[in-house]
Ligand binder design. Sequence first.
Ligand SMILES: [Zn+2]
Length: 482
Amino acid sequence: MMTRKNTDKSYQYEYSVGESVHIKELNLICNIEAELGSGTQGKVYSLITPNNSSLALKWYFPSMATKEQYGILKSLIDIKSPSEKFLWPLALVENSEKDGFGYIMPLKDKRFKSFSLWLSRKIDPSFKVLLTACFEISQSFHLLHSKGFCYQDLSINNLYFDPHSGDIRIGDTDNIIINGSEKGNVIGTPKFMAPEIITGNQLPNTQTDLYSLAVLLFYILFLNHPLEGKAESSIKSLDIPSMTKLYGTNPVFIFDPDDSSNFPDPIYHKNALIYWNIYPEFFKKLFTKSFTKGIKDPQYGRVRETEWQIALLELRDSMYYCRKCGSENFLDPSFRETLGLSKSSTNLVNQDNLSSTILQNLNCFKNNDDVTTCWNPTCKNINHKIMYILIDERKMIVLNHDTRLFLHHVDFSLGYDFTRIVAQITKHPHNDNLWGLKNLSDTTWKVETGNSSPIEVLPNQSLLLTPNTTINFGKTKGIIYY
Ligand SMILES: [Zn+2]
């Protein structure tokens, strides 16, 4: 049965289960399967389709079915999605018996969950999954921005991830506009909006998207808002003037090296303090830049999507499992330089010279133990002999039981691609303590162990992992270290 809201205006816009939907542009007649949700702009329904494709319909509330929105949808449909990660509009739908209009988009698979489930700790994904998701988010926004679009409303509410793989989907794509256009219907979500939008000095654009991206990544990886420290917890009632000050007129990063006025409160912001100790300095510096220089200088101070991508992959490659508790830890790539093992940093991220006594003091490893002590407060185990491979003295990849090397690890000229595996760690069939590296590429490796004459490792053959082994992958050389 059809239900009605706004009966005083006698609008008819809702669909009921089983009702048919004619999608002229796709030459399809579908039926409503279920109502999936109701937001501020309209209702979303799943559809039963004749060809079993997974589609959804969003139908706007009458007040939101504006001419501008219609025009935005039309141009998004014409341009097509930058990647399959976006739940992009596929076709407009109009119905002579209903007010307004709607659009068809891909239906989000059930494996994708809201990040809010992670923030409330109802699901417990691994760091590897979270870093993969953050990488995919940064990559997707790079693609979107490079097409000249602005998302406008980037927040935790319109992104979804698979807690087992880190694969992502991006919803609410009907708010995407051409960068610089003033036609949009939204200005963002509180707490994710750039300070210059809150103060009324700017409308959403790609630079404000970059600010929202940094907030989102910080939220996902630190389980805390980057501006919510003791300045926030000391406020008794978080009303609009105090929120405007906190997020707009006087935003202070909780780990600002030059201003401790908003440092995390040990009672209310435990997560921020725990997680700040887990990640290597090179990674944290990007957040420090985002919320110090990036707040004051929206045009040039913000961290770009490509910088996030490089740093997130470097972090993902530096992960190792604590041998005692199994927690995921990170081996700071700069430890080689600090210990005099390397003249140049392995860090590929272009870092700013942030004047920070706090950061300098933290970055002073005296020996290997300083970088391999498990962060888990109940463990604190010192993990000796973390095995890693250093490729062309630039790229460090820790070798764990589940590590795989991808083509972009051994050929720096190629873009990131997690589908092209070139090597994988394997266990010896009769001895769990002996690990091998299996050649899954179609190139023969030339291997030198130092003690004996060079050998060849053919495709599908494995090599016993021992320190000081040099592997020539073709375009690059890797050396294995403890
Ligand atoms: Zn541990």
